[in-house]
Design a protein around this ligand. Sequence first.
Ligand code: ADP
Ligand code: NI
Length: 217
Amino acid sequence: MTDSPLITATTAFVKEQLRNAEGGHDWFHIERVYHNAMRIASGEKADMTVVQLGALLHDIADSKFHGGDETIGPDIARQFLESRNVEKAVTNHVINIIRHISFKNSFGTQKFRSAELDIVQDADRLDAIGAIGIARAFNYGGFKNRELYNPEIPPVEHVSGKTYKNNTAPTINHFYEKLLRLKENMNTGTGRKMAEERHRFMEGFLRQFYAEWKGEC
Ligand code: ADP
Ligand code: NI
């Protein structure tokens, strides 16, 4: 399948926007999410243009790297889509996907749901688990100058629908606070199947990590 001119233009725009992005949120993250989304969407009934645009634009300006501002990403995406004269309904749907895709925004009373959001959210979550997820977590931890692991700092359990934000915790803790929980939160059948395999890989990684930590193997 060849991409439509809109998808080609969006790809070029996103690549340019993410030129200096941190390794876990760069263009290649977008490309992987796009491919995951296409695979998941092949088993679902969904508007492919919305799925493609949602996957490409979902991290256009992550609030973590913009002082917590959650409006920059949606604003940049809207401006871009309007400049390409994209249908209003499609633009609004893509903006809703960007607003609601994030893990922290997906707990509690979900204000927006659609098949297309389900697909892009699964595709994004898959890139946070498995071998790639492990690589991204340690890359992010390094970016934040965190310890790999510290046996004296146990992971914080999930507290009443909110992820406990510990801004200095070792990277291994992030597996328990988020990554190992993603499998249970998949929206689609294909996403769930892919997540299960990646989940098992992370469990094996953690077993090996602790064994090596203690010099047991
Ligand atoms: P979302 O897109 O759902 O908001 P994030 O942007 O928080 O997800 O996470 C993006 C990537 O950065 C993921 O691979 C995630 O594991 C990693 N990451 C986020 N927070 C941490 C952390 N505290 N420690 C290690 N990795 C993290
Ligand atoms: Ni993402």
